[in-house]
Ligand binder design. Structure first.
Ligand code: PEP
Ligand code: MN
Length: 360
């Protein structure tokens, strides 16, 4: 994989902007003209739109390839489109397009990703892979691996959030830990954030974009439309070019370190204290698990069940009451994790006992 710096030459964050869908030459060119002052690296436009439900606008299809490409060329910014099949790849290559992305509903399907990767083999395409709709990092990195195996040199990722059940503040849950893990696995790969599809609401796009920059994403893919309210897809989340430019102007670009040595020393000092506390947490957890093992051997010897609901309910209630300074959701999740590990350790011990009985 070529280093992320091969995607763009300047050392600011990358910007991809453009409408969710190309709707007409007028809508597309007016939108681009509005976006140009923000100096986008690439212009995005959906031509084939994989929609969750039938009856929604599915894009103008191949008929829009030529004029979108012409308009982007005139503006002097390369065009990027979504491809969802090998056939789309063929048509995009033919039209002279050199940048494509795989959508969330495509990344989820390994057969389709493989077909697309094979169609891309030997082409000069640069490819961005959106995360799958489900919070599954293996599917995401699996798609990236398929493209790399096909010899694509410029491969990057776009975090666009994950589907969930029920209503939440954002349209798609950010689950930031997943792109953070992707970064750990591919430190040199370009990883962008798409705050539009995470937020689902134009008022929330700026805060998601800011969060992405604070988490060291390499840039943003933002949906912008000359008249968002009349957009044929994703109307609620698209920004006018003016709102896009204003948002970009307001984003704070924080750096990894302060230029002030005193500030850095203060952070170092606090980090040393955190290291210390973490060491205590680990040591206490080990102590707790050793006790869990001791109880396990008593339970095993006297045929007592691993789980006792009353005890578990009591643990949850008392610990949550102790944790007055912590977020209740966090405390709950942490207790669930510790409890599950305790059960697993005891279950493992029970199974081993039975397995050795059979051998004897
Ligand atoms: C899009 O970029 O317009 C799109 C359909 O995105 P996603 O695949 O993230 O839903
Ligand atoms: Mn969209």
């Amino acid at each position: 994989m070529i280093h992320k710096s091969a995607w763009h030459k300047h050392n600011r964050q990358m910007l991809i902007a453009g409408p969710c869908s190309a709707e007409s030459p007028q809508q597309f060119s007016e939108t681009i003209q509005g976006i140009l002052p923000a100096q986008p690296d690439l212009i995005r436009a959906g031509i084939w739109k994989p929609r969750t439900k039938p009856g929604q606008f599915e894009g103008l299809g191949a008929a829009a390839l030529e004029w979108t490409q012409d308009i982007a060329k005139q503006a002097g910014v390369p065009l990027m489109v979504e491809v969802a099949s090998a056939e789309h790849v063929g048509m995009a290559v033919e039209a002279g397009i050199r940048h494509v992305w795989l959508g969330a509903r495509t990344t989820v399907n390994p057969f389709l990703v493989q077909e697309i990767a094979s169609a891309l083999e030997g082409t000069p395409m640069a490819v961005l892979v959106k995360n799958p709709v489900s919070p599954d990092i293996e599917l995401w990195s699996g798609a990236i691996e398929r493209l790399l195996k096909a010899g694509i040199e410029r491969v990057g990722a776009v975090h666009r959030g994950f589907s969930g059940y029920g209503r939440t503040l954002y349209r798609n849950h950010p689950s930031w830990e997943i792109p953070i893990e992707l970064r750990r696995r591919y430190p040199d790969m370009l990883i962008l954030c798409d705050p539009s599809h995470i937020a689902g609401d134009r008022l929330l796009v700026p805060e998601v974009a800011q969060m992405a920059l604070d988490l060291e994403f390499d840039g943003l893919m933002v949906e912008s439309h000359i008249s968002p309210d009349s957009a044929l897809s994703d109307a609620k989340q698209q920004l006018t070019p003016k709102a896009l430019t204003e948002m970009l102007g307001r984003l704070v670009h924080r750096s990894l370190q302060s230029s002030d040595g005193v500030v850095n020393a203060r952070i170092e000092q606090l980090r040393t204290q955190i290291d210390d506390v973490d060491a205590q947490i680990i040591s206490l957890l080990q102590e707790r698990m050793a006790l869990v093992d001791d109880i396990g051997s008593v339970k095993e010897e006297f045929d007592i069940t691993i789980l006792q609901h009353e005890r578990w309910t009591e643990i949850l209630r008392t610990r949550q009451a102790w944790a007055t300074e912590l977020n209740p959701d966090f405390v709950r999740q942490m207790l669930f994790l510790i409890h599950q590990e305790s059960i697993d350790r005891q279950a493992e011990r029970f199974r081993y006992a039975r397995a050795s009985e059979q051998v004897n």
